[in-house]
Design a protein around this ligand. Structure first.
Ligand SMILES: [Zn+2]
Length: 320
């Protein structure tokens, strides 16, 4: 492929980006001095450059970035990030949209979607930015070597936000590699997020309308607003009180409770589904995870379930 003089970007790359230039906001990124950074300061406010403008005005750019709004990005950083998504019924290998891989690490890649106007309207301010750590950074010391090997943390990041951008083509200087689009997954494939993917985004935005904090951090009460879930001051399962950074939540149906697995406070983890937490009428249902970390979901065990159903049937019979 022919590269432009002094650029690591090919003519073919620009030709394939061109049909999107009025739909998304391209910006010049990456220079010899500054690995990946945007080449203009005011990029979050910039309406975006056409392909011709990028070529003429920024011949030194080593890559092209795109502002992630109206685009929605799923950024997979590491093998555990992909595993996390697959377990969540979102297999990245079975979704058809624009995919940005890089030559130097097959486990770090991005999927870009273009949400519909109706979808964007479902997000608070049309935005979301969320990060879920799937593996903490660690330093491993090998027994026969001096020094420690630091391995980067892994995470799935999801964002649709005017203050963020991702590189879609060109060089990845820190690894010496470059970005590429797998065959069939170029910009031509850009699509709206499929249902399972969008449902996941909506769920994150409903429960955690602000940038997620780590599960181990203290979270202020006000950042926990949600229509369906209310934070509970005294958790009947783990015993967290109002001064213990209460994270556990009760659904507005009053019958479903999420109890967070923490260092100091934690629900019992040895229960079979359906088994009651000793001394309570809460039955263990399942393990789930969110931007805060893992939590167990419990449902109210109702000894009068039979009578409830009878009453409900009576209601139907009476036309209520
Ligand atoms: Zn709890």
């Amino acid at each position: 492929m022919a590269s432009l003089p002094g650029s690591s970007l090919s003519v073919d790359t620009f030709d394939r980006l061109k049909p999107l230039e009025n739909l998304v906001r391209f910006i010049p990124t990456g220079s010899k001095k500054d690995g990946k950074k945007p080449l203009i300061r005011e990029w979050p406010k910039h309406p975006g450059f056409t392909v011709q403008e990028l070529q003429k005005q920024f011949p030194q750019a080593m890559s092209v970035g795109v502002v992630t709004q109206p685009l929605l990005c799923f950024d997979f950083d590491g093998e555990t990030a992909t595993q996390h998504a697959v377990l969540n019924d979102r297999d990245p290998d079975y979704v058809n949209t624009w995919r940005i891989n890089r030559t130097t690490d097959p486990h770090r890649y991005k999927l870009l979607f273009l949400p519909s106007k109706e979808q964007l309207a479902q997000l608070p301010n049309g935005q979301i930015t969320h990060s879920f750590n799937t593996r903490p950074a660690s330093s491993v010391r090998h027994p026969y070597e001096k020094g420690a090997v630091v391995s980067k943390g892994e995470a799935e990041e999801i964002f649709c936000h005017p203050g963020r951008q991702v590189i879609v083509a060109g060089a990845h200087p820190s690894s010496g590699g470059h970005y590429f689009w797998p065959v069939g997954f170029g910009p031509e494939a850009l699509s709206a997020p499929p249902e399972e993917w969008w449902e996941h985004v909506l769920e994150l935005s409903r429960d955690y309308p602000r940038p997620a904090a780590g599960a181990n951090k203290t979270v202020s009460a006000s950042s926990f607003a949600s229509r369906d879930w209310q934070r509970i001051e005294h958790c009947p399962i783990c015993g967290r009180g109002p001064n213990d950074n209460p994270l556990c939540q009760l659904h507005r149906d009053g019958e479903t409770l999420r109890c967070f697995l923490g260092q100091t406070f934690s629900p019992p983890t040895n229960l079979e589904p359906g088994e009651l937490v000793p001394g309570t009428d809460w039955a263990f249902s399942r393990v789930s995870s969110s931007g805060w970390g893992e939590f167990l979901t419990f449902v109210k065990d109702n000894p009068n379930r039979y009578q409830q159903i009878k009453a409900m049937l009576r209601g139907y019979a009476n036309g209520n």
